[in-house]
Design a protein around this ligand. Sequence first.
Ligand SMILES: [Mg+2]
Length: 426
Amino acid sequence: MAGKGSNDMLQRYKAAMVLSGAGDAIGYNGREWEFCFDGLQIHKELEEMGGLAKINVAEKTEGEKYKWLVSDDTVMHLATAEALCDNGDIEKTLRKIGDNYKECMKDMSGREPGPTSMNGAHMWNPHSETRQVISFNPRGGGCGAAMRAMCIGLRYPRVEDEGNLIAISIESGRMSHHHPTGYLGALASALFTAYSVRGKELKEWGHGLMEILPRALEYVKEAGHSVRENVEAWNERKSFGERWKNYLLYRKIFDGKSDPVFPANYGVKERDEFYRSVSYSGWGGASGHDAPLIAYDSILFAKDDWTELANRAFFHGGDSDSTAVMAACWFGALYGYKGVPESNYMGLEYQSRLERAGEILYNLSHPVSAAEPDSQLSQPEPMEQAAQDSESEPVKAPDSEPVKTPDSEPVKTPESEPVKTPDSLL
Ligand SMILES: [Mg+2]
């Protein structure tokens, strides 16, 4: 029988999945906030709603649609998670992930999927004899690979699992985003979830990422797909690794031991400026390097304060749902539902599917036969009673076709890019 510790860990797994969806839905706000470039405006609208605690994700519109619909991030995250739940070997898992990515494009109405993700799914051939790897894409540096990869860290949380975590995050990432900036975003997103499960100190995470990058490069070389192009992109100026290194130096946590240093004056406006400065082309969080970076910067400061986390990772002038989906997942894996208003996640679209995936991933990664199932993993912190499962929500029928990006404006440029920044802080 599961002890208290493992039961709490199970709740953390469920919370990781559910809160990631909640963060996505809130940061997205029916596309309004994903595509609002002014954090001050978002905070003003939030205040007019009565603040974060007043957001009720179960709210329906007149047509019985969710007002706080989950976006492409969560639909694709579920696609990854449900493939991992099948518990096949690596090849079977990757094939299932590819199949699920293709299938989930039928459920994108109103969710604003990115063009690179849609392309990858379109090109995937489920009947191919060998698993396909698409060509290297110099414009494949968007955040689409990262936003759907967190659950890989739930399946492979331990140090000895890191080989699998590297392989699955990179290969699932380059099913659409075959550029290091894109698929290393998936690695960071998965790795930080594993760190959350392990209870690794937040200030150590960036250092851990830097340490794992050479192993990831070795993997890419051994896998043998477009090696020359990948190595070149890996080494170019403003590469994923260089940008992360510069950020960690700037926050004074490159050594993984020191406490982070934040500016004394770091409000909504200043954060927007900082997020822009680390971005590829002015839209913070839209690329593979800066979506996990902004999410990390947020939780590094907020720790177990859900409201503070939301202020920093959900409500800003960048690609809000993609930074929210990651930060909220790590929060759930670290703290469960601690201090999270129920209205922010109870009755969320796909709540039951998310919880179920969390439960299966917990069971797969914590086999009962193991003598000390949680021996390497952290002792969970106390947390509030997890949510009761809600009535199972309507499993959404794809009402229409994959929908395209906003035609009216903010083109999600970085979704298609290699990195080229304005001369900026980093
Ligand atoms: Mg989205």
